[in-house]
Design a protein around this ligand. Structure first.
Ligand code: XIL
Length: 551
């Protein structure tokens, strides 16, 4: 047979086969970048230059799985301009060339940072430092301005401290806040088409630091400073919990008109690795991708490396590691599958609901609150247990009283002297709901006649040596309006207050007294308001405050 006829028949057979196969099965095995591109998002990786030039497996995965790359180190100041006026672009060029060859975009990292910046910069006078900063930006950004591969830059990196104050860096200490606007303006001048980002860590959830970033971005944009994009680094750890409001946080930045992105995702664990830690890690990766998928203004997610063979984690966080999606032997881990399936969207079909929770037991019943605790459900469908919904049985239209990620909940805002019949259902990651638990019944106490209030604090986010309590919900449990409230609680030994919002906090010993701010003291009966605070604690300590009382 003539070879071109054979080719035509094979092509037709191929089309026929493609037609018979469900569309997803051909796609399902596609690399991450194919699925990301189908959503008009990027999936990126930070690359190290040495394995990139020396290891075929590293190079192949970097090229085939990702459509965006970031230089892990070689675009930083200490590599690019180690001494004044001496520029070294060889590493940066290698990354840009690799990306160009593989049809990838480059995110430039980073222009102005307190770390990995040579001593000669740090010792300059204010005017010389400003000039050096502008020159560095102009040279580095300018070099790739006409290169379509380099599309965005981290202009300033890590300018906040964990309490939401300005980091006391040589930049801030020498130039004040103005270095930020100057850096963005210099970058815009050097490349009018590049997307310009502010980048930081511990800003994935809503907390004092991300709120400071939010306020700064909002104010810079009002002043016409060209901030186009906000980067959430995403250095997470399974032992500190997932920032469950990441999507909400991204969305509030998006609503300012900026693009958002996750720039340095990794999810570390205390070593040794185990299959249950791998499973938890996979849910973190999946949740981050899902959050970005759900926010239109989220451009994509970059992972800080891809193989555990080359990761900054073991060198930086003692005893921790295995933070990436491939192991040291370039084998895909459960976190790879999680990223893949979240990008592919809906290719995992978990239709098996979790088992029904145990009968809830009530405790600490007051006039307007109660604690329920039940035996946990299990989930075997693959998507994993996501949490519980708690309902009040009311005949035809039951109301949901709350949600919890653990097998316990504090119900607040209940009506005094009222009988409640409640039940719990478990949820899995695919949204399947379990059968109802058995009913539990409790009756709230009679309410105070006059004023009266309650306070319940929720730990929102915690990390090595600190945490955020948000919200502390203050509720008027009485039958008449109150015009001010005072909440007290106890900090564990060694914990110190690092910041607060929506209340005025004073500390005496370990007792904290929180008084309403000017705008949230008035509460109608059953009305509530919230405040929040941040605490620093000794590394390794996992305690949180207790004994919230309101008067
Ligand atoms: C890290 C690199 O991964 C390491 O190789 C290097 O020794 C130190 O810097 N936040 C950032 C990144 O913005 O630049 C850091 O990268 C990780 C934390």
């Amino acid at each position: 047979m003539h070879s071109s006829s054979l080719l035509r028949i094979l092509t037709l057979l191929g089309m026929f086969a493609a037609f018979l196969l469900p569309a997803t099965s051909a796609e399902a095995s596609a690399p991450l970048r194919t699925h990301a591109a189908a959503r008009s998002k990027f999936i990126g990786a930070a690359l190290a230059t040495s394995p990139l030039s020396n290891e075929t497996s590293y190079r192949n995965i970097a090229a085939t799985e990702f459509n965006q790359v970031t230089a892990e180190n070689v675009m930083k100041w200490d590599t690019v301009q180690p001494s004044q006026g001496q520029f070294n672009f060889s590493g940066a060029d290698a990354i840009v060339n690799f990306a160009t060859q593989n049809n990838q975009q480059v995110h430039g990292h980073t222009l102005v940072w307190h770390s990995q910046t040579p001593g000669w910069v740090q010792g300059l006078s204010a005017s010389a430092m400003r000039t050096a900063m502008q020159n560095h930006i102009s040279q580095l950004v300018g070099r790739y301005a006409s290169n379509a591969t380099v599309v965005s830059w981290d202009v300033v990196n890590e300018i906040f401290d964990d309490n939401g104050g300005w980091r006391s860096s040589f930049w801030y200490n020498t130039l004040g806040q103005s270095f930020v606007a100057d850096a963005f303006r210099a970058a815009r001048a050097a490349d009018p088409n590049a997307r310009l980002c502010i980048n930081d860590y511990n800003v994935e959830g809503i907390n004092a630091k991300s709120t400071a970033m939010y306020n700064l971005v909002s104010s810079l944009r009002q002043q016409g400073v060209p901030v186009d994009c906000v980067g959430f680094q995403g250095h997470l750890a399974i032992q500190y919990g997932f920032p469950s409001d990441i999507q909400q946080n991204m969305q509030r930045f998006a609503d300012l008109g900026v693009q958002v992105r996750v720039t340095e995702l990794d999810v570390r664990m205390q070593m040794p690795r185990s299959s249950s830690k791998d499973t938890t890690q996979a849910t973190y990766y999946r949740n981050v991708i899902n959050a970005c998928n759900a926010v239109t203004a989220c451009a994509g997610v970059t992972i800080w490396g891809f193989t555990d063979k080359y990761s900054w984690v073991p060198d930086t966080f003692s005893g921790e590691g295995a933070a990436l999606i491939y192991d040291e032997n370039y084998q895909q881990k459960p976190s790879y599958t999680a990223v893949h399936d979240a990008l592919a969207g809906g290719t995992t079909t978990d239709t098996t609901p979790p088992t029904a929770p145990g009968t809830p037991a009530s405790s600490n019943v007051t006039s307007n609150s109660a604690t329920l605790t039940w035996t946990a459900s299990t989930d075997s469908g693959g998507s994993g247990l996501a949490g519980y919904n708690v309902y009040r049985e009311q005949g035809t239209t039951d109301t949901q009283l709350g949600q919890s990620t653990t097998n316990s909940i504090n119900l607040t805002g209940l009506t005094p002297s009222t009988q409640y019949q409640v039940y719990v259902r478990a949820r899995d990651g695919a949204g399947n709901l379990s059968a109802n638990s058995a009913l539990a019944t409790f009756t709230t106490q009679s309410g105070p006649v006059g004023g009266g209030c309650t306070a319940v604090g929720t730990v929102q986010n915690q990390w090595g040596n600190g945490y955020v309590v948000q919200p502390v919900t203050v509720t008027n449990s009485g039958s008449s309006a109150i015009t001010g409230w005072t909440v007290t609680f106890t900090l564990p030994a060694g914990h110190t207050l690092a910041g607060s919002w929506n209340a005025t906090l004073t500390v005496s010993g370990q007792t904290v007294t929180a008084r309403n701010a000017g705008y949230n003291g008035n509460l109608a009966p059953s009305g509530s308001t919230t405040f929040g605070f941040q605490v620093t604690r000794p590394s390794g300590n996992t305690q949180t405050p207790s004994g919230y009382t309101c008067a």
